[in-house]
Design a protein around this ligand. Structure first.
Ligand code: NAP
Length: 688
């Protein structure tokens, strides 16, 4: 028999074993020892200080794009190592399909953050939030909300069920924000998190201290938290509440995100009778949610809410499907469901089922008689799926309160949509809910009824079935978290998840100084005129570089010509009488797009130069009608410069303001261009 490996924590730049032998962790499916875990002797205050002092400044010096590039490199490096992770994952009881969610789902989440960071964030270190608030008539005082990274450490405490995804989905947005992490995986499956962390550290991609790992207890770490730190917790509500009320968390207003257990409900619409595609999809989804990861998923369907008339058919179809689920060793190809995390966990689930039985009867499966297709039912934490039925669900409070964290769900009947909604709400807040219906009215009623109690709602029907990601999958661009019992936390949700590790600050001051802070030109800030800004490469271009064009008069012929040429003969441009009858116009008006086109004609510099392409406009508004004889000029100001990492060009945003002869703003928008970092282009030079 091999000696179980001794897990180490990665703290203060070193892999550090605990001082004691520690607890032995067993393979979930075979009962064989896998590892020992202990964190005694670790200086937790020094660990936090190492993150804050060594990694924090390095991460904050990087731009969002540099951090995104770091995450992409890391994600790609981990993708090349997945087989090693899958092999280790088998010890947790997870099948290959379960492992895929954890391992590739986790790495995919990291890569999604990498690409969102590059596409949706500026290549700078400050994030602006919302628009500039003008606070004076003469543009001498304004305000802008900004977001800057917290200067502490994010402590991520995770549950046992997703040892890889649980870590990566949290560290990706944290690192993108510029904040170092300390990860504390649940002991039961920490060997897999430790392995992935070793590989991460070995790549050398992260600055030292950006990721530290605690295998075992976090000791007195929470005592040393400050208001610049953040804690995220995923696990049971009992532990979560305890940590959330920790004296240092309370005293220092430490940001605390809690993702706790949740009794997610799925509702079968009244239109989805047996025989409809939605009924079949519902059966498939409930069975899948009960058996993926052996039901050890925070998002799994626990409460199955169905029209009373459909219950019999539903229970029969579910029982049939669940009864065929091959339970056994996770490495066997024929296995559909692996083991629970540990024998203790199985006892825990059995105890919860007994509590549920106070108001519900078992209609499929037997928690005490285990049937396995492979493996030893005495040594592995196997359990066949158990379906219960609560005939009087408003009286059976346990089914809305007790979470059996395994392949267990309860069917309950409803009479009328209102009852279905009330039952869903009895979960007191969950991560996710779903409704299976093809009826738009039912979809609307259910979603509006359950949305305030959930972080995510999925509508399942025949047309989305093939592409649907399913009830139980949290996705990087979508919010994961739920109110009330689910912990009240919110994770991911794309760039929203990044801002959880940043402080929002309203900054007020003179536009010139605000502009210096944000790196963005704003109205009232300094400008420079001279060389046409389109003649400048990124190496020369500065925020505030400005061009004011000559004026151009708009004539009747221009409008007639534009109308015939484009086919836009809308009456307000063509018919004076009809235009005057319109509440907004005094006469025929020029097309807005004609104004925008003439504006381009006024501001472009026609010769080949560093401006490579115009890729769109943002926030285009036509604010004042343009009549024949009006004379327009353009003021174009360089507003934001985003050089691309790994490319010879970047994006430049220009503030474009078109005014008439009275100085009234006629059109206002941002012009978006690609500009070369250097001119002439290196490739053009090479070609010469
Ligand atoms: P748990 O017992 O509450 O443990 C969660 C984490 O907290 C583990 O890392 C655990 O470490 C740690 N912990 C426990 N006591 C602590 C303390 N005094 N100080 C600091 N850390 C402490 O939960 P679990 O059994 O691992 O996970 C199962 C539960 O998590 C289920 O109820 C499930 O619904 C929930 N869950 C929720 C989500 C979600 O996103 N909402 C996701 C997955 C799971 P040790 O393992 O070392 O004790």
């Amino acid at each position: 028999m091999t000696t179980p490996r001794r897990l180490e924590s990665y703290v203060c730049g070193r892999w550090t074993p605990g001082e004691k032998e520690g607890q032995v962790l067993l393979d979930a499916a075979t009962g064989a020892p896998v590892a020992r875990i202990d964190s005694s002797g670790i200086d937790f205050a020094a660990t936090l200080a190492h993150g804050r002092e060594v990694a924090g400044p390095k991460l904050r010096r990087m731009s969002f794009h540099e951090r995104a590039g770091m995450l992409r490199a890391l994600g790609q490096a981990l993708m090349a190592l997945t087989e090693e992770f899958y092999a280790e994952s088998l010890h947790t009881g997870a099948t290959r399909a379960d492992g895929w969610i954890d391992i590739e789902g986790g790495i995919g989440t990291m890569l999604t953050f990498a690409s969102k960071g590059r596409r949706e964030l500026p290549n700078s270190r400050v994030l602006t939030d919302g628009t500039v608030e003008p606070l004076s008539r003469d543009n001498t005082f304004a305000a802008q909300h900004i977001l800057t990274p917290l200067q502490g450490v994010a402590v991520h405490i995770n549950a046992f069920n997703f040892p890889v995804w649980g870590m990566l989905e949290k560290i990706a947005p944290t690192l993108l924000a510029g904040v170092p992490c300390v990860v504390k995986p649940a002991s039961q499956s920490a060997y897999l998190t430790e392995l992935v962390t070793r590989r991460i550290i070995e790549t050398g991609i992260l600055p030292e201290g950006a990721l530290q790992l605690i295998c075992g207890s976090v000791g007195d770490m929470l005592d040393h938290l400050t208001g610049q730190d953040a804690v995220t917790f995923t696990g049971s509500a009992t532990t979560g509440r305890k940590l959330k009320s920790h004296p240092a968390v309370v005293a220092n207003s430490v940001r605390f995100t809690m993702e706790a257990d949740s009794l997610n409900a799925s509702i079968l619409g009244t239109d989805a009778m047996a025989g409809t595609p939605e009924f079949d999809l519902f059966v498939k989804e409930v069975a899948r949610e009960m058996t993926v990861k052996a039901g050890q998923k925070c998002t799994a369907i626990r409460r199955v809410i169905a029209p009373r008339g459909q219950v019999e058919a539903l229970v029969a179809a579910l029982g049939d499907r669940l009864g065929k689920t091959a339970v056994g060793l996770p490495g066997e190809e024929s296995t559909r469901m692996g083991a629970l995390a540990s024998l203790d966990q199985r006892e825990e689930v059995r105890a919860r089922i007994r509590e549920l039985q106070a108001g519900a009867e078992i209609v499929s499966g037997d928690p005490d008689a285990v049937h396995v297709a492979s493996g030893d039912a005495g040594k592995g934490a196997f359990l066949n799926p158990v379906l219960l039925y609560a005939d009087r669900p408003f009286e059976a409070t346990a089914v809305h309160e007790v979470e059996a964290f395994g392949p267990v769900a309860t069917v309950m009947p409803y009479d009328g949509i209102d009852e279905a909604l009330r039952l869903a709400q009895m979960g007191k807040g969950s991560l996710v809910s779903s409704v299976f219906t093809d009826d738009p009215g039912i979809a609307e009623e259910v979603v509006l009824g359950v949305a305030p109690f959930h972080g995510r709602v999925l509508i399942g029907n025949r047309t989305s079935a093939k592409s649907s990601t399913g009830h139980g999958s949290p996705l990087a661009p979508l919010v994961h978290g739920g109110p009330g019992r689910a912990g009240g936390g919110e994770e991911m949700g794309g760039i929203r998840g990044v801002t959880h590790y940043m402080q929002r600050t309203a900054v007020q001051g003179a536009p010139r100084l605000l502009s210096a802070v944000t790196g963005r030109w704003i109205e009232g800030a300094a400008v420079q005129q001279g060389v046409h800004p389109f003649r400048k490469s990124l190496a020369e271009l500065k925020i505030g570089d400005q061009l004011v064009t000559a004026a151009r008069q708009i004539t009747l012929e221009d409008v007639e010509h534009f109308a015939q040429f484009t086919g836009d003969t809308f009456y307000a441009h063509m018919n004076a009488e009809a235009a005057r009858a319109n509440p907004f116009f005094d006469d025929r008006v020029a097309h807005g797009y004609l104004v925008a086109s003439f504006a381009a004609g006024l501001f472009v510099e026609p010769n080949p130069g560093p401006v490579l392409a115009n890729y769109g406009v943002d926030n285009l508004r036509f604010v004042t009608p343009v009549y024949f004889g009006d004379s327009l000029r353009v003021r174009l100001t360089c507003k934001e410069i985003n050089p691309r990492e790994n490319a010879e060009h970047g994006e430049v945003r220009w503030d474009c303001q078109v005014t008439n002869q009275k100085g009234e703003v006629v059109a206002q928008y941002d012009v978006l261009t690609m500009v070369a970092k250097h001119w002439p282009l290196a490739s053009a030079e090479a070609a010469e």
